[in-house]
Design a protein around this ligand. Structure first.
Ligand SMILES: [Fe+2]
Ligand SMILES: [Fe+2]
Length: 130
């Protein structure tokens, strides 16, 4: 089975899609960074992720989204984990952080967009919030 690239995960809601495109760009920069830059690139990805999640949660509140608690918990968990790995990488311990960034993040990201964000976009569009 061919796995589609992350860039194909477009939901048709610009305020979410723009953040997703930026997250993918920052993730790609971290993945491709050499040892000297990896920590700061990973931190930049994770901090943008935190801001992107906060914007999504604002949208969820605006549309009185019923699954916000579950979705927000998933966001919070990943930000805590990401900040821990970014801090490790900034401190020169990169092995686990590299594995997280290159192996875990893309799979998680795809699943999160398909299972969580796509439903927010569907409800937002139905509510005329798009
Ligand atoms: Fe998202
Ligand atoms: Fe999300």
């Amino acid at each position: 089975m061919t796995v589609p690239p992350l860039e194909d995960l477009v939901l048709g809601l610009p305020e979410i899609d723009d953040d997703h495109a930026e997250s993918i760009a920052l993730w790609t920069a971290a993945r491709d960074a050499g040892p000297a830059e990896f920590g700061t690139r990973l931190a930049a990805f994770v901090e943008h992720l935190a801001a992107h999640f906060a914007r999504e949660e604002t949208l969820m509140r605006r549309i009185a989204y019923k699954e916000i608690v579950h979705h927000r918990a998933e966001h919070a968990r990943v930000v805590v984990e990401g900040r821990r790995f970014a801090a490790q990488a900034m401190g020169g311990r990169t092995m686990m952080a590299r594995a997280w960034a290159t192996d875990w993040v893309p799979d998680w990201y795809r699943r999160h967009v398909l299972m969580f964000d796509s439903e927010v976009a569907r409800v937002a569009k139905a509510a005329g919030a798009a």
